[in-house]
Design a protein around this ligand. Structure first.
Ligand code: CBF
Length: 829
């Protein structure tokens, strides 16, 4: 793209050069130095992977330079900072992204090519950092990119899991999980800070001490584990600002070892060392429910405690007066997973800083904001009181204190409405007495955010209705967004160059609103030709990948119809598969001549099922069983193919999304909080086939209903349909395709029985039957539009043009202004 880069942009990146230079020759020298001294291979003989390692270290050096400058600048200016607490980050690969953000893609490619390497091949060597499950985790990664690019003084905090999200291996069509020991080949993107460590306490007892005549609580821990910081510099695009994602790893505390050594128990000391490390060893692979697991709770507290010690230490380095804390610190809870930060802050303020309960609580309520990412009740974690009492005894006391205060406040507002008091209480009575983490977060945060307009409405009218009625002013929403740097510039370089060419500027990479300028050319025939060419090349890339992973050859003339996301009943991959069976059935029953009218399709499905989620695993198997039948049927040929892409992750998404013609976002209305996959497809000019759920509602507002294929029950219709249950008239085609599965047409009759049961009669909770008719209509509309390539291309251009509102830059700007109260703090060039 540099050929088309404007002189202004070129100058901006030049100015950003630091001590290390970024011309190809300097880069080449640095690469060779790293080959020799870091990778310890001969500079005369090294392979692609070693080239990747050396180049990564070369880029890391440049990141470190900027990162130091940024941190120094923040320190000097002492702005209010936002601290983003999240248990999950799905960073994917870092090399290309960093190089793009540093503005040195072409220089690196030149440097490598003169050494006999190809940039793309070298970049492919990198594995994914998969420290998260799905949407929430990738959102955190996109938001970090935007925070850095927009110069906000921000820190991300999380856990450095040794095992990321499991690798999905498919054997005979069944999902198997394999551990993802992602650190096996080293991780050049992190810097271990052996001196940044904090003790994190667990278990033990709470005692009282008297200090200057005042009584204080003191927590005597039963176990102490050390948190060690690993810093991951996150570079912004077109700025020198490089912020920190600090991930904590658990290490045994020395003190513990010493005691064991003193008693001569060397073996136990070593075993304890390993036990301590388990806290940060594994990411929970379920993106919904984690109720009552001790290790999960330990992870939550571990990262929260270490982060808060770090944050308070940074504050105290400069300030003495805690009244200033809310002016300098915004704490963002990414979902309720980090909610133990609330009692932890209270504990530090009351027990350690001796601020007094009222002052402490007042400050606490001023610093926390919380975003919920779900509408599913099962994802609202509850902590059994017994568990909390044993693991964090002081925190339980604090939560009880907060709840008493809360109940008193409530009574002033609603009187003695005991049902409502019980519903809203932070403590849930019952067979298993538990702490409702969401209620704690709601009460103690100044702002509660939803992740789309519809989600926010559902929070207000259903999930958190009681709270909304009393504190409507707390409720906001910030529709999710994704970063165009990763999802266009890195993953679709040809489209990126094309957009810049037609807009006459690269500025849209930082200022996404400019994308709207493409609307002007939506009917321009030369743009159409170039647009189609770019899309075809991307399809070619995807077709090669499909052939390499599944051995299946697919036609580039077919419509590439994609559904990639976690496998869930509410996301309705089953609806998609049943639709594919219907398509297959139609082709089979058609006269040969009529088959010529069929629009060829390559249906692509990918996603992981949580290891214990039986129905999701059955859907994966069904997809394979149906694929086996269709792909080997000579009556069908290229008219229909079905592919399951294994081990879906961020880098696979980067390849699949640019090559998709159509993408499906077909959750039952009211179940997807936002959805961010749709935004990535939209940016890449892919057309959407979707229900009016989550952020799709806003996508419709932006690009218009005519520019996509909409179907299905609306959110307000869902409850009535559910009530109707088995009396709903489902189309005959639906009954037929379900019967085909039931009758063993695709084999595994017994195995699929329970899956079929979930979509029949009163059991069809996700309304597949009710939506099937309109789903088929939307599919037919997509076929019709695809035949008219001019129309399709126009719709595709308009999709990209209308995607600006769904950039994470917009989301972050909203958070900064309306929730965190922070301002940019740009490091001088
Ligand atoms: O807000 C980001 C995403 O989070 C989820 O993935 C989640 O894990 N709770 C939701 O399911 C998505 O709707 C949402 O876009």
């Amino acid at each position: 793209t540099s050929g088309e880069r404007t002189a202004k942009a070129e100058r901006m990146f030049e100015l950003m050069d630091g001590f290390l230079k970024n011309d190809p020759l300097s880069l080449q020298k640095d690469i060779l130095d790293h080959v020799e001294y870091t990778v310890a291979r001969s500079r005369f003989s090294f392979d692609d992977f070693e080239a990747y390692q050396a180049l990564s270290h070369c880029i890391r050096d440049r990141l470190i330079e900027r990162w130091h400058d940024t941190q120094l600048h923040f320190k000097r200016k002492d702005p209010k900072r936002v601290y983003f607490l999240s248990l999950e980050y799905l960073m994917g690969r870092s090399l290309s992204n960093s190089i793009i953000n540093l503005g040195i893609r072409d220089q690196c490619a030149d440097a490598l090519s003169q050494l006999g390497f190809e940039f793309e091949v070298v970049a492919e060597q990198e594995g994914d950092a998969a420290l998260g499950n799905g949407g929430l985790a990738r959102l955190s990664a996109c938001q970090m990119d935007s925070l850095a690019t927009m110069d906000f003084p921000a820190w991300g905090y999380g856990l450095r899991y040794q095992y990321g999200l499991f690798r999905q291996v498919i054997l005979d069509g069944f999902q198997h999980e394999q551990p993802d020991y992602w650190l096996n080949f080293g991780n050049p993107w992190e810097i271990e800070r052996v001196h940044v460590t904090y003790p994190v306490k667990f278990y033990g007892t709470v005692e009282e001490e008297i200090l200057n005549g005042e009584k204080y609580k003191i927590w005597i821990p039963g176990e102490t584990i050390e948190a060690v910081a690993y810093d991951n510099p996150i570079p912004g695009y077109g700025t020198r600002n490089t912020i920190t994602l600090r991930l904590w790893a658990a290490k045994p505390s020395n003190q513990h070892d010493m005691e064991a050594y003193n008693t001569g128990d060397y073996i136990d000391a070593v075993v304890n060392r390993q036990r301590a490390e388990t806290i940060s060893s594994i990411l929970y692979p379920d993106d919904r429910s984690h109720q009552g697991k001790e290790l999960r709770l330990k992870q939550q507290y571990f990262f929260v405690s270490a982060s808060l010690q770090d944050i308070i230490r940074r504050f105290k380095d400069v300030h003495k007066d805690f009244n200033k804390f809310p002016d300098k610190v915004a704490l963002q809870l990414n979902d309720i997973h980090p909610a133990l930060a609330i009692p932890e802050v209270m504990r530090v303020f009351v027990d350690e800083e001796h601020l007094g309960w009222n002052k402490a609580f007042d400050l606490t309520c001023k610093i926390f904001s919380f975003t919920t990412h779900t509408v599913q009740a099962e994802a609202l974690e509850k902590i059994p009181v017994d568990l909390l009492e044993s693991l964090l005894p002081r925190h339980l006391q604090i939560i009880y204190d907060i709840n008493s205060y809360f109940m008193e406040e409530l009574k002033k507002r609603i009187g003695l409405d005991y049902n409502r008091l019980a519903r809203m209480s932070i403590v849930e009575e019952g067979a298993v007495k538990s702490i409702r983490v969401a209620n704690l977060s709601l009460f103690c945060s100044h702002t509660v955010n939803g992740v789309s307009k519809l989600h926010s409405e559902l929070l207000q009218t259903r999930v958190f209705k009681d709270f909304y009625e009393l504190w409507p002013e707390k409720f906001q929403y910030k529709t999710n967004g994704v970063t165009q740097r990763r999802w266009i510039v890195v993953s679709n370089p040809n489209l990126c160059a094309l957009i810049s060419k037609w807009l006459g500027t690269e500025s849209w990479i930082r200022d996404i609103d400019l994308l709207i300028g493409l609307r002007e050319y939506a009917t321009d025939i030369s743009l159409h030709q170039e647009w189609q060419m770019v899309r075809r090349v991307n399809k070619m890339r995807l077709a090669e990948y499909i052939e390499a992973t599944s051995g299946l050859k697919v036609s580039l003339d077919a419509m590439f119809d994609v559904q990639i996301k976690r496998i869930h009943q509410y996301k309705r991959q089953l609806l998609n598969i049943l639709g594919i069976i219907h398509r297959y059935d139609c082709i089979k029953n058609m006269a040969k001549d009529d088959r010529r009218k069929v629009v060829p399709r390559v249906c692509i499905i990918g996603g992981k099922a949580a290891p214990g989620y039986e129905m999701a695993k059955k859907m994966i198997k069904l997809c394979h069983a149906v694929a086996e039948k269709i792909n080997n049927d000579s009556d069908v040929g290229d008219l229909l193919k079905l592919v399951f892409i294994p081990d879906y992750n961020v880098s696979v998404a980067e390849l699949v999304i640019p090559g998709a013609d159509l993408s499906q976002h077909i959750s039952t209305a009211g179940h997807e909080a936002s959805g961010t996959g749709s935004m990535k497809f939209l940016m890449n000019g892919c057309l959407l086939l979707a229900t009016a759920d989550g952020s799709t509602v806003e996508i419709i507002e932006e690009i218009g209903e005519d520019n996509m294929f909409l179907f299905g029950a609306k959110v307000h219709e869902v409850p009535t349909l559910r009530e109707k249950g088995s009396t709903i008239k489902v189309p005959l085609q639906f009954a037929r395709v379900v019967r085909m599965v039931r009758d063993g047409y695709f084999g595994f009759q017994d195995y699929f029985k329970s899956l079929c049961d979930t979509v029949e009669g009163n059991s069809d909770y996700y309304l597949l039957g009710a939506d099937f008719g309109s789903y088929l209509e939307a599919q037919a509309a997509a076929d019709k539009a695809f035949v008219d390539q001019e129309k399709w291309t126009r719709m595709s251009i308009l999709s990209t043009a209308g995607s600006g509102r769904f950039s994470s830059d917009r989301t972050i700007q909203d958070y900064a202004e309306k929730t965190w109260g922070i301002e940019p703090c740009r490091c001088p060039l």
